[in-house]
Design a protein. Sequence first.
Length: 290
Amino acid sequence: MKKKALIIFLSIFGLMFALIGFFGTARPPYGDSGHAQGSCHGSSGGYTISKTDPVTNGEYTTFSITATGSNVFVQAYPGAKDNDLFTILPSNSKIVDGSGEDTDPSADSITVVFNVTTAVIQNSYTLFIIAGDDVGGGQEFTYVEIIIGVAPTVDLWATITNHLGMYLGFPALLLLSLGTVLVLVNESKYVKMHGILAGSSWILTVVNVSAAVINIPLQSWLNVYELIYHLPHIILGAIGLVTGFFSMLFGIAAERKPARLTGYLTLICWWAAFFTGYLMNSNLLIIIKG
């Protein structure tokens, strides 16, 4: 029975990583703030993109984008980075090879001169421009980021706090998963180690939730992320937190059966919450809608 349970657990564990690997590599997010600003993404599907340095003259900023590839298009993607703060000419829609806005007469090569302006005043803006396959549905693309103004300095502490959910949540999952594997292999031998690992996992999660409550403004909880991911993420995480607490109590009381049941429920809920959290932060809906 334990062997079957271990096989099932490892299968689920492997499936989670496979899904994360698929969405993380096959469908990269448009406008992911984790990528280096002002740099080009490696070519995808044979597509390349390059830029000229932006030149500001009065209220207008001008730069050109050159991209190459079969059926190539260029687009200042709506909703990405600071694109929505700007009036973008000639367009923020797809500009295809050979169109009137393309100044390069060569086939499979496009050059577009962009003129942008904004009424919003801030020190720095980042524009996000993509190039890809207009026929293939946008699954193959590359991108470039244009920084206008003074490039923002990297705030290490802000970077850490912005990704605290990953830095605390993923180790908590690994600790709980390892503890579960050990108790499935030999419960009598590893029960104490299981308790230490599972307890540490629960404490990390409490810190994670507390940090989120403190750092994230109340109005951002329901309007920053897509509810189709964010709401299940919150519910699953909360259920796992409660069942994990009861699992610890049952374990301390040596009530193995309810401890095991609530422990498995915690593990399932937290892995599901982690997966929905990953989808929530990967902007997957932008890919689907695009």
